[in-house]
Design a protein around this ligand. Structure first.
Ligand code: SF4
Ligand code: SF4
Length: 191
């Protein structure tokens, strides 16, 4: 498993993340939604992330933490993986969630960034799919204002970056991994 993302790809991903954050902020503002004071955090969801580029980017940010911190977080991630086996969703929380804050907020993957507001995206055949807001959004905004967040350009840009990443690093096959599985050392640990 490669452990280094080419700097140009990391920079391109950062630009894409900034675009996602800007679109998310605009959609949330249009709906009057504030992701705060939530007792139902989506960081307890078992999101599975699908791109090597995001995995490697997050791992690089993780490896910059002090060694004793990464060791403790790996232990926590292993315990999360053990506890999740056979446990109903949602439980337990992402190992990077500490005191209601994400320890690697700037490097969090797309699914963490875009979750919360209603969205839509266009499939290659031209049809549209729609997705709801988070449970908190739906409770607070039974009739939201503003258009749903269009994820299409972000999905397309991420797909292009993922392709470039796989080509540059000789990676074959897809990825399907939770944050807990990303943090532990073995590439084939569970979810
Ligand atoms: S990476 Fe951060 S934002 Fe994503 S689930 Fe974990 S704690 Fe939450
Ligand atoms: S996006 Fe929704 S579920 Fe997630 S932390 Fe914000 S309010 Fe809570």
């Amino acid at each position: 498993m490669p452990d280094r993302l080419p700097p140009a790809l990391a920079a391109a991903l950062e630009k894409l993340y900034a675009a996602m954050d800007a679109d998310y902020a605009a959609a949330a503002a249009a709906a009057g939604f504030v992701c705060r004071g939530c007792d139902d955090t989506c960081c307890r969801s078992r999101f599975e992330h699908r791109t090597w580029i995001e995995f490697l980017y997050l791992r690089q940010a993780f490896e910059k933490l002090p060694a004793e911190r990464t060791a403790a977080l790996r232990r926590r991630a292993r315990s999360v993986l053990d506890d999740r086996r056979g446990a109903p969703d949602p439980a337990p929380a992402c190992p990077l969630l500490e005191e209601d804050r994400c320890l690697l907020y700037a490097a969090r993957p797309m699914l963490c960034r875009l979750h919360g507001v209603p969205h839509r995206f266009r499939l290659p055949d031209g049809t549209w799919r729609e997705g709801p807001g988070c449970a908190v959004f739906d409770r607070r905004h039974p009739a939201p204002g503003g258009a749903p967040l269009d994820r299409t350009p972000h999905y397309a840009r991420l797909a292009r970056l993922e392709e470039a990443c796989r080509r540059a690093l000789g990676l074959r096959g897809g990825l399907r991994r939770t944050i807990a599985a990303m943090l532990v050392a073995g590439p084939e640990e569970g979810t």
